[in-house]
Every structure is written in structure tokens, then in C-alpha cells.
Design a protein around this ligand. Sequence first.
Ligand code: SF4
Ligand code: SF4
Length: 372
Amino acid sequence: MKADPVVMCGVECMKMCRFVCIVANQIKLETVAPYGKCLIAYYLRNGEIRGGKRAEEAIYQCATCGLCKEWCLPQVDVPEIVKEVRAKLLKKGAAPGATLEVGKKVMDERNPYGEPHNKRLAALRGERKRGKKGGVAYFVGCTSAYRQPSIAKSTVKILEQIEGEISLIEDEWCCGAPLLSTGHRELAAEHARHNKEAIEKLGCDFVVTSCAGCYMTLSRDYPKIGLPLKTEILHLSQYLWKIIDEGRLEGKISGEGRGVKVTYHDPCHLGRHMGVYDEPRKILSSISGVQLIEMEWSKKNSKCCGSGGGLQLNFPELSRRISVERIREAVATGAEVLVTSCPFCKNQLEGVSEGKIKVYDLAEFVAERLKV
Ligand code: SF4
Ligand code: SF4
């Protein structure tokens, strides 16, 4: 940050962020607009306000989606400021109950859903144990493991079709994304240390994730907290596009007999935060019969699905309204199918789609069309 956000927001800026913030568009209050959050953060830090329920609540009413930053001339990093303040609120016991609860669930069961840790890889385990040294490992992630097993199975189907044999990570824990975004920094570091050791012990060439949040956390956030992985991390879309581009799946992915109109939702963690916009689109466009139509708000201007940054956890009704709006935008394209490349986004968007559009994860969309 170049200067105090309050100075930049007040002096250098026309406050365009207020028109794009997904939360401010729903609540319509300056308090929750990006600059409102910056003001609260500034005054809390300087001890000029002591917090209070409304100020603290506003700090948690953010999906950390980063759309405001795209429209911010002085480039104020609101998601980072919000996460910083959340970590402080958590320390002083002022975090919302659902945030405290998620920390406990992760501590007890190593996933934010509180599901049994020993069932994490149950749907995939079978005969699959450890692949060859130097091969590909799949980091499944909590949402694919417990809420969207079809994404996990589809990813394994794709990887095994290409690699023959793959590895799963023995004793995989939550990557830490929900912890970092809600302020549980120490617990996130403990998870990063554990996963780093578990991954490096495998000796694989690279790790593929099907979750945008896991990809961002393993490749961007672990180095930020001083725990960079020695193993390369790829999101499934990056890995898959490389394979398709090399012609290794030539004639193996068959499109529909008729054309299908598809629109693509950029997960914030993959798109804006990691700059991966092209690969998923190239994969979809390479499938015969697929007609890709962009939503009005796409790529760096993509709207969040509504579930990011602990918003779904702490404010489920607000989060649902944002998701309904995103589905409305997808339907307005005339597409029959909405594809995303994150189990968290798929879970959220599918939950509110009410049959208006079919929602797929990229792994599922490709696996369904893969000839084995
Ligand atoms: S967050 Fe950025 S766009 Fe918004 S008021 Fe502050 S400086 Fe302006
Ligand atoms: S990160 Fe997203 S939700 Fe948070 S203030 Fe910015 S636009 Fe709004």
C-alpha cells in the first residue's frame, strides 16, 4: 500500500468502486462500499473508533473478490486490508460466530465443513494409493471431497486418462483458503506447513488442483507466509490446456451432435487473483459444437459467485442474493450451460440456479465428453 487508504480514497479518487462492489450493490450503504471498509480499517487501526457491531460486521461483508481493485485508480487492495483487519478482530474476540465455528471445524476435522477427516478421500481411494515417483499428484480440496465429489471423480478420470497412474496426497488437509480469508492466520500456517511436507514427501513432478481457491493458496499464499512449495502447482485448466495444445487428446473429446451454447464464470481466485482467464476458454472452445458466449461482466470484470471470503459462511442470505444475480446474468446470455472451474463457485451457483441453466465444473464438462 502506497499511503493510508483513507488518504487515497478521499483525495485521489472518484470512488468508482461503489458502483461495482457486489455487496454495496445489494446493501446500498456507504459503510459496506470498498471505501467504507477502508475508512473503518483506518480508524480502527488508529484507535479513533473502538469497533462496535456495525463496523465489525461491515468488515466481514466482503467476498474479497477484488473487483473493486480493478476500478480503483490508486490501486487500493481492499481484500488485503479487509483480511488484515479480520485477523485483528479475531484476536480480540470480535469475529462473527460462524467464523469462530469454521476455525474449530478445521482444527477438529481439517475441513471447514466439519466432515470426518478419515472420509476425505473415500470416494476416490479404491485401489489408488501412491503413483510413481515423479508423476502427477491431485490435491482434491475440501469442497470437491465433501460437497462436489463428482468434480473429484471427473478430475481423476481426466488425469488417469492422460497419465495412467496418479497420486493422491496422503493425509491431505484443508489448503487454508477459508482460514486466511476469515482471519485464522496461525491455523492457516499450521495447515500450510502440514500440506507442504505431505506434498514434498511424495516427490511428484507437479500437483494439479481442481479448486481455484486451493490453486491460489498453494501457489500464491504459501510463499507469502514463508512456506513456498518446491513442487510446481497447476490448476486443472492450465494442465489440461497444455495437454490439448500438444495434441495429446486429439480425437478423444467428443462434443455434442448439436451445438451447445456455453457461458463461462471466472472464479475470482483463478481469474482476478491469479490471472488465469484464457485456458478454460480455450479448452471449451476446442470442444466441437461448443459456442462460447461471454457474460456482460467477465474476465477481469467478472462478478463473484457470492460465496468467497467467508461471505456465504457469515451472511448466507446476502451471499445467496449475489449468486441469484450472477445466475440472472448467465441466463441473459442465452446459454444453456454455465461452466466454471471451481467447486466452490459450482456449489454456490448450482444451489440457486433453479433449473434456469445447467451448471457444470470444467472437470465435469470435459470428463463427460471424454472417450475412454
Ligand atoms: S477503494 Fe479505490 S476506488 Fe474505492 S474510493 Fe478508495 S481509492 Fe477510490
Ligand atoms: S473485494 Fe469485492 S466484495 Fe469486497 S469490497 Fe471489493 S468489490 Fe466489494
